[in-house]
Design a protein around this ligand. Structure first.
Ligand SMILES: [Zn+2]
Length: 429
């Protein structure tokens, strides 16, 4: 099997597509305030195989709302997760810097919370076992929950026991009944991807032992706004969290956030630590109060904070296109690097096709030989860059730009420069 392609055309869930009826997925308040409207876009992981090049593709609105009550920034569920995640092309292990990040995390939590061979660690959306493998190496029992069967199979090969399922409150109850309750629950970059946010967080509380801890990492909305990361918006990401909002969501499900760390990953993420509100072993730390204060001071609990973002995004598009038009007018060539979901939002929103980017490359064999959704830019093996010697290498996964610029440093031999589009188009000679 290859990655999910345009053959399986997902349909909008009936009754959810009408914006006028949409309600906040956390507090059920009607959604009325636009955060940003990126127009119509295809599903960003629906890579197009050559034999489908003459077929049409479904496009869905990328219209993001903010709830006036709880300030949860969110997309409607245009497409169900079953369509998106059951056959997935993203293998976390392809990124070396991400592996290093989670190995350090493992060392840190094992030490801080004294995890040992009598404990159980459960990861939600455990992907290909990229993280749990480090707990396995320490002899700590683990269980991965991963809905994509092809990705879960890769985890099993790493000796990471993995259940192919979507995590829900009812699965959590089933796991507890089987004696699989957890000392540590990990949810990295998954909260954004669950339409039933309340059911998911409730499931976490159920799965935790009374003394258990949950850590979750997600991109910080404050950084998305401050650094213009509009391309991290796609149909697979239903929610975009500030710390203020996540604390509220967790509290509503009997979970107390007792610590938070700000991380550089994915353009700026938060790692949140929580436990059941009945567990008093972890007093709420200063970093929690400090970040809540900082968010309140920056205006995040007022609608004005969210209303200006759209204008900022339009300005970014104009600047990027002005740069690309200039470069092409000079007769220069541009190749892409990477085929990440965020690249597809950026390219579709800006209308960048092979008129600007000759092709892109990706290390993931699932994507090689296919075409980017919507823009139909071909995806080649990374070797292609050395073969064609483009004048510019346009880095789509800008969150890995340092890693990529060091791996691809050889392009400077023929005078090529790197281009990073976010927060604003920047050339790195
Ligand atoms: Zn709300």
């Amino acid at each position: 099997m290859s990655t999910r392609t345009a053959e399986a055309l997902p349909q909008p869930e009936s009754g959810t597509a009408g914006a006028t009826h949409a309600r906040c997925r956390f507090c059920r308040t009607p959604l009325e305030t636009t955060f940003v409207d990126l127009g119509m876009s295809p599903l960003c992981e629906s890579y197009v195989p050559r034999e489908r090049l003459n077929a049409m593709e479904p496009f869905y609105p990328l219209h993001v709302w903010v709830c006036r009550c709880c300030f949860l920034v969110q997309l409607e569920e245009y497409v169900s997760p079953e369509h998106i995640f059951t056959e997935y092309a993203y293998f976390a292990s392809y990124s070396e810097s991400w592996l290093q990040h989670v190995r350090q995390y493992t060392d840190y939590v094992v030490e801080r919370f004294g995890l040992g061979r009598d404990c159980r660690v459960v990861e939600l959306a455990s992907n290909d076992g990229y993280l749990l493998q480090y707990f396995v190496q320490k002899g700590i029992p683990v269980l991965g929950i991963e809905p994509a069967a092809n990705v879960a199979a890769a985890a099993e090969k790493r000796n990471v026991p993995t259940r192919v399922a979507f995590f829900t409150a009812s699965l959590a109850r089933q796991l507890v009944a089987e004696g699989q309750d957890a000392d540590l629950v990990i949810g990295n970059n998954v909260l954004a991807q669950v339409p039933d946010l309340n059911g998911f967080v409730e499931g976490i509380r159920v799965l935790l032992k009374p003394s258990g801890i949950v850590t979750t990492e997600f991109p910080h909305l404050v950084r998305l706004v401050a650094e213009n990361q509009f391309d991290t918006i796609y149909h697979e990401h239903f929610s975009y969290f500030s710390f203020t909002t996540i604390v509220k969501v967790f509290a509503n499900h009997g979970l107390t956030v007792f610590d938070v760390q700000e991380l550089p990953t994915h353009g700026g993420s938060l790692r949140v630590y929580a436990t059941r509100d009945t567990n008093h072993a972890h007093p709420v730390g200063d970093r929690v109060r400090e970040l809540l204060d900082r968010e309140a001071r920056s205006g995040l609990t007022t609608l004005d904070y969210y209303r200006d973002f759209g204008k900022q995004v339009e300005e970014t598009k104009r600047r990027l296109l002005a740069f690309l038009i200039q470069v092409k007018s000079e007769g220069k060539s541009i190749a892409g690097y990477g085929a990440p979901g965020k690249g597809n939002t950026l390219l579709n929103y800006c209308g960048i096709r092979t008129d600007f980017l000759d092709y892109t490359v990706d290390r993931n064999p699932y994507k090689q030989g296919k075409f980017l959704p919507g823009t139909r830019i071909p995806i080649h093996l990374p070797d292609r860059i050395a073969e064609t010697r483009p004048d510019y290498v346009f880095i789509l996964p800008w969150n890995f730009k340092d890693e990529i610029m060091s791996q691809m440093a050889f392009v400077r031999d023929w005078g090529a420069k790197f281009v990073v589009p976010i927060p604003t188009v920047t050339v790195h000679p």
